[in-house]
Design a protein around this ligand. Structure first.
Ligand code: PMT
Length: 225
Protein backbone atom coordinates (compact mmCIF):
# COMPACT_ATOMS: atom_id res chain seq x y z
CA UNK A 1 0.00 0.00 0.00
CA UNK A 2 1.44 3.46 -0.87
CA UNK A 3 2.37 5.65 2.09
CA UNK A 4 -0.16 8.43 2.84
CA UNK A 5 -0.52 11.02 5.61
CA UNK A 6 -2.75 8.46 7.32
CA UNK A 7 -0.19 5.67 7.40
CA UNK A 8 0.12 4.58 11.02
CA UNK A 9 -2.35 7.21 12.25
CA UNK A 10 -4.84 6.04 14.87
CA UNK A 11 -8.32 7.16 13.89
CA UNK A 12 -11.40 6.72 16.06
CA UNK A 13 -14.66 6.72 14.07
CA UNK A 14 -18.14 6.54 15.59
CA UNK A 15 -21.20 5.41 13.60
CA UNK A 16 -24.82 4.38 13.95
CA UNK A 17 -27.66 5.63 16.14
CA UNK A 18 -27.59 5.25 19.91
CA UNK A 19 -30.53 3.61 21.72
CA UNK A 20 -32.02 4.74 25.00
CA UNK A 21 -34.20 2.21 26.83
CA UNK A 22 -37.68 3.14 28.01
CA UNK A 23 -38.52 -0.34 29.31
CA UNK A 24 -37.46 -3.92 28.46
CA UNK A 25 -39.29 -3.89 25.12
CA UNK A 26 -39.04 -0.26 23.98
CA UNK A 27 -36.35 2.27 23.20
CA UNK A 28 -35.79 5.72 21.68
CA UNK A 29 -33.48 5.93 18.69
CA UNK A 30 -33.06 7.70 15.34
CA UNK A 31 -32.82 6.85 11.64
CA UNK A 32 -29.05 6.39 11.41
CA UNK A 33 -28.04 3.31 9.41
CA UNK A 34 -24.34 3.72 10.14
CA UNK A 35 -23.55 3.93 6.41
CA UNK A 36 -21.81 7.34 6.53
CA UNK A 37 -19.53 6.38 9.44
CA UNK A 38 -18.76 2.95 7.98
CA UNK A 39 -17.89 4.55 4.61
CA UNK A 40 -15.47 6.86 6.42
CA UNK A 41 -13.91 3.96 8.33
CA UNK A 42 -13.49 2.01 5.06
CA UNK A 43 -11.89 4.99 3.29
CA UNK A 44 -9.49 5.63 6.18
CA UNK A 45 -8.40 1.97 6.28
CA UNK A 46 -7.80 2.11 2.50
CA UNK A 47 -5.48 5.08 3.10
CA UNK A 48 -3.44 3.24 5.72
CA UNK A 49 -5.01 4.43 8.97
CA UNK A 50 -5.37 2.22 12.03
CA UNK A 51 -9.13 2.54 12.52
CA UNK A 52 -11.16 1.80 15.64
CA UNK A 53 -14.87 1.93 14.81
CA UNK A 54 -17.14 2.52 17.79
CA UNK A 55 -20.46 1.35 16.46
CA UNK A 56 -23.93 1.89 17.82
CA UNK A 57 -26.40 -0.71 16.47
CA UNK A 58 -26.47 -1.04 12.65
CA UNK A 59 -27.27 -3.79 10.14
CA UNK A 60 -23.85 -3.42 8.49
CA UNK A 61 -20.94 -5.83 8.44
CA UNK A 62 -17.74 -4.58 10.09
CA UNK A 63 -15.48 -2.97 7.46
CA UNK A 64 -12.42 -5.15 6.83
CA UNK A 65 -9.37 -4.05 8.76
CA UNK A 66 -11.18 -2.05 11.48
CA UNK A 67 -11.30 -2.82 15.19
CA UNK A 68 -14.98 -2.63 16.07
CA UNK A 69 -16.19 -1.64 19.54
CA UNK A 70 -19.94 -2.27 19.77
CA UNK A 71 -22.03 0.05 21.98
CA UNK A 72 -25.75 0.65 22.44
CA UNK A 73 -26.44 3.72 24.58
CA UNK A 74 -25.05 7.24 24.48
CA UNK A 75 -23.38 6.70 27.86
CA UNK A 76 -21.64 3.56 26.51
CA UNK A 77 -20.54 5.51 23.44
CA UNK A 78 -19.27 8.33 25.66
CA UNK A 79 -17.32 5.85 27.79
CA UNK A 80 -15.79 4.15 24.72
CA UNK A 81 -14.73 7.52 23.25
CA UNK A 82 -13.22 8.58 26.60
CA UNK A 83 -11.28 5.29 26.72
CA UNK A 84 -9.97 5.34 23.14
CA UNK A 85 -9.59 9.07 22.37
CA UNK A 86 -6.41 9.61 24.43
CA UNK A 87 -4.56 7.08 22.20
CA UNK A 88 -6.03 8.43 18.94
CA UNK A 89 -4.67 11.03 16.52
CA UNK A 90 -8.07 11.80 15.03
CA UNK A 91 -11.69 11.45 16.22
CA UNK A 92 -14.53 11.41 13.64
CA UNK A 93 -18.01 11.54 15.24
CA UNK A 94 -20.44 10.38 12.54
CA UNK A 95 -22.73 8.63 15.05
CA UNK A 96 -26.22 10.02 15.53
CA UNK A 97 -26.28 10.45 19.26
CA UNK A 98 -29.42 10.79 21.40
CA UNK A 99 -29.49 14.19 23.07
CA UNK A 100 -31.95 12.96 25.74
CA UNK A 101 -32.66 9.66 27.48
CA UNK A 102 -35.48 8.51 29.76
CA UNK A 103 -34.90 9.80 33.29
CA UNK A 104 -35.71 6.49 34.89
CA UNK A 105 -35.01 3.03 33.54
CA UNK A 106 -37.91 0.71 34.18
CA UNK A 107 -37.29 -3.02 34.54
CA UNK A 108 -40.86 -4.14 33.77
CA UNK A 109 -42.85 -3.43 30.61
CA UNK A 110 -44.92 -0.26 31.01
CA UNK A 111 -48.62 -1.21 31.02
CA UNK A 112 -51.46 0.73 29.53
CA UNK A 113 -54.28 1.26 32.01
CA UNK A 114 -57.95 1.98 31.36
CA UNK A 115 -57.90 5.26 33.31
CA UNK A 116 -54.94 6.71 31.42
CA UNK A 117 -55.29 8.15 27.91
CA UNK A 118 -51.97 9.97 28.13
CA UNK A 119 -48.57 9.13 29.49
CA UNK A 120 -45.61 11.39 30.09
CA UNK A 121 -42.04 10.29 29.64
CA UNK A 122 -39.44 12.40 31.44
CA UNK A 123 -36.17 12.79 29.57
CA UNK A 124 -32.80 14.08 30.75
CA UNK A 125 -29.86 15.34 28.70
CA UNK A 126 -27.16 12.86 27.76
CA UNK A 127 -23.41 13.56 27.87
CA UNK A 128 -22.21 15.74 24.99
CA UNK A 129 -19.42 13.47 23.78
CA UNK A 130 -17.68 15.98 21.51
CA UNK A 131 -17.69 18.58 24.29
CA UNK A 132 -16.09 16.00 26.59
CA UNK A 133 -13.53 15.20 23.87
CA UNK A 134 -12.77 18.93 23.57
CA UNK A 135 -11.76 18.97 27.25
CA UNK A 136 -9.46 15.95 26.73
CA UNK A 137 -7.99 17.15 23.42
CA UNK A 138 -4.22 17.59 23.38
CA UNK A 139 -2.16 19.52 20.80
CA UNK A 140 -1.85 17.56 17.59
CA UNK A 141 -5.17 15.73 17.96
CA UNK A 142 -7.85 16.51 15.38
CA UNK A 143 -11.61 16.26 15.95
CA UNK A 144 -14.28 16.04 13.26
CA UNK A 145 -17.97 16.46 14.05
CA UNK A 146 -21.14 16.26 12.02
CA UNK A 147 -24.23 18.45 12.13
CA UNK A 148 -27.56 16.97 11.07
CA UNK A 149 -29.82 19.98 10.52
CA UNK A 150 -33.28 20.59 9.08
CA UNK A 151 -32.97 24.39 8.97
CA UNK A 152 -30.31 27.17 8.96
CA UNK A 153 -27.65 24.63 7.98
CA UNK A 154 -24.59 26.86 7.89
CA UNK A 155 -25.47 28.99 10.92
CA UNK A 156 -26.23 25.97 13.12
CA UNK A 157 -23.21 24.05 11.85
CA UNK A 158 -20.87 27.01 12.44
CA UNK A 159 -22.07 27.15 16.07
CA UNK A 160 -21.21 23.45 16.49
CA UNK A 161 -17.75 23.95 14.90
CA UNK A 162 -16.96 26.56 17.56
CA UNK A 163 -18.79 25.24 20.64
CA UNK A 164 -17.36 21.72 20.23
CA UNK A 165 -13.83 23.04 19.36
CA UNK A 166 -13.76 21.02 16.12
CA UNK A 167 -11.19 21.09 13.34
CA UNK A 168 -13.77 20.04 10.73
CA UNK A 169 -17.55 20.09 10.80
CA UNK A 170 -19.53 18.08 8.24
CA UNK A 171 -22.97 19.64 7.83
CA UNK A 172 -25.82 17.75 6.19
CA UNK A 173 -29.25 19.22 5.53
CA UNK A 174 -31.27 16.11 6.38
CA UNK A 175 -34.54 17.72 5.22
CA UNK A 176 -33.36 17.28 1.60
CA UNK A 177 -34.18 14.08 -0.33
CA UNK A 178 -31.17 11.74 -0.59
CA UNK A 179 -29.28 13.61 2.14
CA UNK A 180 -28.30 12.29 5.58
CA UNK A 181 -29.98 9.36 7.31
CA UNK A 182 -30.40 5.88 5.89
CA UNK A 183 -29.88 6.15 2.13
CA UNK A 184 -26.75 5.39 0.12
CA UNK A 185 -26.15 9.03 -0.89
CA UNK A 186 -25.31 12.26 0.89
CA UNK A 187 -24.51 15.90 0.23
CA UNK A 188 -22.46 17.79 2.78
CA UNK A 189 -20.84 21.14 3.41
CA UNK A 190 -17.46 20.87 5.07
CA UNK A 191 -16.60 23.74 7.41
CA UNK A 192 -13.24 24.49 8.97
CA UNK A 193 -11.75 27.47 10.76
CA UNK A 194 -9.48 29.01 8.16
CA UNK A 195 -10.91 27.94 4.84
CA UNK A 196 -14.03 28.65 2.80
CA UNK A 197 -16.71 25.92 3.09
CA UNK A 198 -16.62 23.07 0.57
CA UNK A 199 -20.00 21.77 -0.62
CA UNK A 200 -20.14 18.38 -2.32
CA UNK A 201 -22.61 17.26 -4.96
CA UNK A 202 -25.29 14.70 -4.02
CA UNK A 203 -23.18 11.57 -4.47
CA UNK A 204 -22.65 8.18 -2.84
CA UNK A 205 -21.65 8.07 0.82
CA UNK A 206 -18.45 6.37 -0.35
CA UNK A 207 -17.65 9.39 -2.56
CA UNK A 208 -18.56 11.84 0.24
CA UNK A 209 -16.26 9.91 2.60
CA UNK A 210 -13.43 10.32 0.06
CA UNK A 211 -13.95 14.09 -0.08
CA UNK A 212 -14.11 14.40 3.74
CA UNK A 213 -10.90 12.35 4.10
CA UNK A 214 -9.23 14.58 1.46
CA UNK A 215 -10.19 17.73 3.43
CA UNK A 216 -8.98 16.15 6.66
CA UNK A 217 -5.68 15.27 4.98
CA UNK A 218 -4.98 18.98 4.51
CA UNK A 219 -5.29 19.48 8.29
CA UNK A 220 -3.14 16.44 9.11
CA UNK A 221 -0.50 17.87 6.74
CA UNK A 222 -0.64 21.33 8.32
CA UNK A 223 -0.42 19.89 11.89
CA UNK A 224 2.74 18.09 10.86
CA UNK A 225 4.10 21.24 9.21
O1 PMT B 1 -25.84 6.70 9.53
P1 PMT B 1 -26.42 7.18 8.23
O2 PMT B 1 -27.78 6.57 7.96
O3 PMT B 1 -25.48 6.97 7.07
O4 PMT B 1 -26.69 8.75 8.34
C1 PMT B 1 -25.61 9.64 8.42
C2 PMT B 1 -25.86 10.72 9.50
C3 PMT B 1 -27.01 11.60 9.07
C4 PMT B 1 -26.18 10.06 10.84
C5 PMT B 1 -24.52 11.52 9.60
O5 PMT B 1 -24.22 12.10 8.35
C6 PMT B 1 -24.62 12.61 10.67
O6 PMT B 1 -25.03 13.73 10.43
N1 PMT B 1 -24.21 12.26 11.93
C7 PMT B 1 -24.35 13.12 13.11
C8 PMT B 1 -25.77 13.07 13.60
C9 PMT B 1 -25.96 13.93 14.85
O7 PMT B 1 -26.07 13.40 15.95
O8 PMT B 1 -25.90 15.23 14.62
P2 PMT B 1 -26.14 16.41 15.71
O9 PMT B 1 -26.20 17.66 14.90
O10 PMT B 1 -27.30 16.06 16.59
O11 PMT B 1 -24.83 16.36 16.60
C10 PMT B 1 -23.68 17.15 16.31
C11 PMT B 1 -22.41 16.39 16.58
O12 PMT B 1 -22.27 16.16 17.99
C12 PMT B 1 -22.32 15.02 15.90
O13 PMT B 1 -20.98 14.79 15.46
C13 PMT B 1 -22.68 14.06 17.03
O14 PMT B 1 -22.03 12.78 16.85
C14 PMT B 1 -22.14 14.78 18.26
N2 PMT B 1 -22.90 14.56 19.52
C15 PMT B 1 -24.25 14.70 19.58
C16 PMT B 1 -24.92 14.52 20.78
C17 PMT B 1 -24.17 14.18 21.93
N3 PMT B 1 -24.77 13.96 23.10
N4 PMT B 1 -22.82 14.08 21.86
C18 PMT B 1 -22.17 14.29 20.68
O15 PMT B 1 -20.93 14.22 20.63
Amino acid sequence: RPKTVYTGKKVLVTAGGTRERIDPVRFITNDSSGKMGYALATELVARGADVTLISAPTKLAAPTGTHVVPVTTTEELAEAVTTHFPKADILVMAAAVADFRPKTSVTQKIKKTSDNDEMTLSLVKTTDILKTAATLKRPGQLTVGFAAETQNLIANATKKLTSKALDLLIANDVSQPGVGFNGDTNQVTILSKNKAPVTTALVSKTAVAGIIVDELERLVDSKEG
